[in-house]
Structures are given as C-alpha cells and as structure tokens.
Design a protein around this ligand. Structure first.
Ligand code: COA
Length: 184
C-alpha cells in the first residue's frame, strides 16, 4: 500500500514562566498528574514512562495530554521528524478534548497546568508540535492567559517523503535541534 502524505507542522516552544491565576470559566476543573502507564492503550503514549496530565470535571476526563522529560522526541505522524532537547526543555504531545466539550477553554487551562508543573521540575520550556492549520488559532487562544507559543522550526513533509526542516530562530538557539530526517 502506498503511503501518501504531505504535511506542514511547526515545532514550537512555550515558556513555563506563566501566571498563577486560572481563567474563571475553568475553575471547577481538577488536574492530576499520572503515569502514562495508566492511560488506556488506545490513547497511545509514545513512552509508558511519560507523564499523563488529566483534567476532570464531575468525575469525567474532559481534557488530557502527555508530557515527556526525555532528551529527544519523535513527532510520531511524520517519520524521521526527530529533535534533541536541551536539559531545561520538556515535550508535550497528544493533547485531546472530547469533541462535544471543545471550545470551553479546557485545553488552555490544561496547558497552564502542565507548564506550571514543568517549572517545578526545573524545565524552562515546553516544546510541542502544531499543524500549520492549528498554529494561529492556538496562539490566539493561548496568548490571553499568558502562554506564548514561539515557532522554532517549520517541517514540511512532501509526497516524495522528503522532510524539509526550516529553522525560524537564531542558529545558536539550542533549545530544540533536529537530529535526523527521513532521508538520512
Ligand atoms: C486541539 C484541542 C486539544 C483543543 O481543545 P479545546 O479544549 O477545545 O481547546 P480550548 O477550548 O482551550 O481552545 C480552543 C481554541 O484553541 C485552538 N486550538 C487549535 N489547536 C490547538 C492546540 N493544538 N492547542 C491549543 N489550542 C488549540 C482552537 O482552534 C480554538 O480556537 P478558536 O476558539 O479560535 O476556535 C481539541 O480540539 C482536540 O482534542 N483536537 C483533536 C486532537 C488535536 O488536534 N490535538 C492537538 C495536537 S496534539
């Protein structure tokens, strides 16, 4: 079977130095940090050793995400899209809110929660990947609560399976560095 895919994603960084107050509309949410081993298999964490941040309301999971403190990550949907992380950078992935509950600010609140937790373990930045279509809406949504999403790299993955990595920040910025591509 031919695998026909072409995608453009942005590898971004967000500072963990965020405000301590929460948007009032999400005040009732309760967050717990669990082991990714406790996540149902279909949620598919990259590594069972990762952390699983779960937001609950009235006993239901209403948003969740995974956090990795490993020194590199693979963006699973794009083979070969692999980055090395500086010691003060973690990786967040797999953010999800059930479709019926989207647009209520649950992910925004969860992002604040994970950044604050990462700060307590001496991580200054969280790296995460946004598809091209998600980047601007996400930045617009997150900025008002003090989360600044800074694009570091644009990765274009063409139908010939060539992954082109464009650096968008200074060459000496070593928070997040590509370590391979599909073609190497
Ligand atoms: C992306 C997602 C987690 C946002 O959850 P949510 O609880 O609805 O988010 P909020 O209510 O806090 O904010 C919604 C806004 O954030 C924007 N947004 C889009 N992608 C986003 C992202 N990756 N992270 C944060 N916000 C995002 C939405 O477009 C929306 O903007 P709008 O209000 O201008 O329409 C949810 O839509 C989802 O689960 N999507 C499917 C999985 C996915 O794409 N995950 C992200 C990549 S790992």
């Amino acid at each position: 079977m031919r695998f026909d895919v072409a995608r453009e994603v942005f590898v971004c960084a967000a500072s963990t130095d965020v405000p301590d107050d929460n948007p009032p509309e999400t005040a009732a949410l309760r967050f717990t940090l669990r082991s990714a081993r406790d996540a149902a298999a279909e949620l598919a964490p990259l590594d069972p050793a990762d952390h699983w941040l779960v937001g609950e309301l009235g006993g239901d999971i209403v948003t969740h995400t995974f956090l990795s403190t490993a020194r590199s990550f693979d963006y699973a949907p794009l083979p070969g899209c692999r980055f090395r992380l500086r010691a003060d950078v973690a990786y967040g992935y797999g953010a999800w809110t059930p479709p019926a509950l989207r647009g209520r600010g649950y992910r925004r609140r969860a992002f604040l929660e994970e950044l604050r937790w990462l700060r307590t373990i001496d991580k200054k930045w969280e790296a995460s990947v946004f598809t091209a279509a998600q980047l601007d809406p996400a930045r617009r949504s997150l900025l008002p609560v003090g989360i600044v999403v800074e694009p570091l790299f644009c990765v274009r993955y063409a139908r010939d399976r060539h992954a082109d990595v464009e650096r968008l920040v200074d060459g000496d910025d070593d928070r997040c560095v590509p370590i391979t591509s599909y073609n190497e």
